[in-house]
Design a protein around this ligand. Structure first.
Ligand code: 5RP
Length: 262
């Protein structure tokens, strides 16, 4: 199977495999969304199946919930479990302080609620997600459909007064229709290029009428696991100030795909 994986998939897979080392028996887990998080869900399914580990997952998207069920990870709701031990999720960008941009897959609202309701958040990523300053990746903002053009205009006006390089927002599309989140909302992608003051931007954005949440995850992430195409991973823990490097054994991963339909 590894021969069929692209270099980027190997990087995502090894990050995911290392991250599930944080999982302990009995944990309540937040399950992120996106292609890297999907690897993590498969690795978790393997743990449950082969080692008999018992966990309860709270999925951040319908897609993740579906995959978790397919690989045998029990799923509950956040209202049922109320608090989580650990969330593992991907990211679109992370900076040296482990502040993030998320929402490339459109699941930022559920992802932020779930990560905030967790004792620990571990982000899994390949090295292409690493930046000095957030903002090259367009910042997703979830808005309600009612009056979204007004929300967009207010955001663009507000951006003109802030320390960012771009001030345009575009409505995310799914083919020729607006993309809908799991909550039925729209996503505006803000083309900012450089966000020197993410705290200020996040506060201001969430005051615009119609904005539900933005994709800046600030002071939420504790650990980032960075995977590389050669099978090596780097684990940075912002609280302990530690950086560990190791090589992940990429054994036959065929069983990770058993009965999983993409
Ligand atoms: C979804 C997200 C994802 O975590 C982010 O887009 C990264 O995705 P991928 O692992 O596919 O690169 O925030 O809303």
């Amino acid at each position: 199977m590894t021969a069929e994986l692209s270099p980027i998939d190997i990087a995502k897979f090894v990050a995911a495999k290392r991250a599930v080392d944080y999982v302990e028996d009995g944990m309540r887990l937040g399950l992120g969304s996106g292609s890297t998080a999907a690897w993590m869900v498969r690795c978790l399914g393997e743990l449950v199946r082969d080692q008999g580990i018992k966990v309860t997952g709270v999925a951040t998207s319908t897609r993740t919930a579906e995959l978790a069920r397919q690989v045998g990870v029990p799923i509950s709701t956040l209202d049922e479990v109320k608090w989580l031990d650990l969330t593992i999720d991907g990211a679109d960008e992370y900076d040296p302080n482990l502040n993030l941009i998320k929402g490339g897959g459109g699941a930022l609202l559920h992802e932020k609620i779930v990560a905030t309701a967790s004792d620990q958040m571990v982000v899994i990523a390949d090295v292409t997600k690493q930046v000095e300053t957030l903002g090259a990746f367009p910042l997703p903002v979830e808005v309600i459909p009612f009056g979204w053009q007004t929300s967009k205009a207010l955001i663009e006006e507000m951006l003109g007064n802030l320390d960012v390089l771009g001030n345009t927002a575009s409505l995310r599309l799914d083919h020729d229709k607006p993309f809908r989140t799991d909550e039925g909302n729209f996503i505006l992608d803000l083309h900012l290029r450089h966000i020197p003051n993410a705290q200020q931007l996040s506060l201001v954005l969430n005051q615009v009428p119609g904005v539900v949440e933005n994709g800046l995850f600030l002071d939420i992430c504790d650990v980032v696991v960075i995977g590389n195409a050669d099978g090596s991973v780097e684990t940075r823990d912002i609280n302990n100030g530690t950086v560990e490097r190791e090589q992940i054994d990429i054994v036959d991963t065929d069983n990770l795909f058993v009965d999983v339909s993409e």
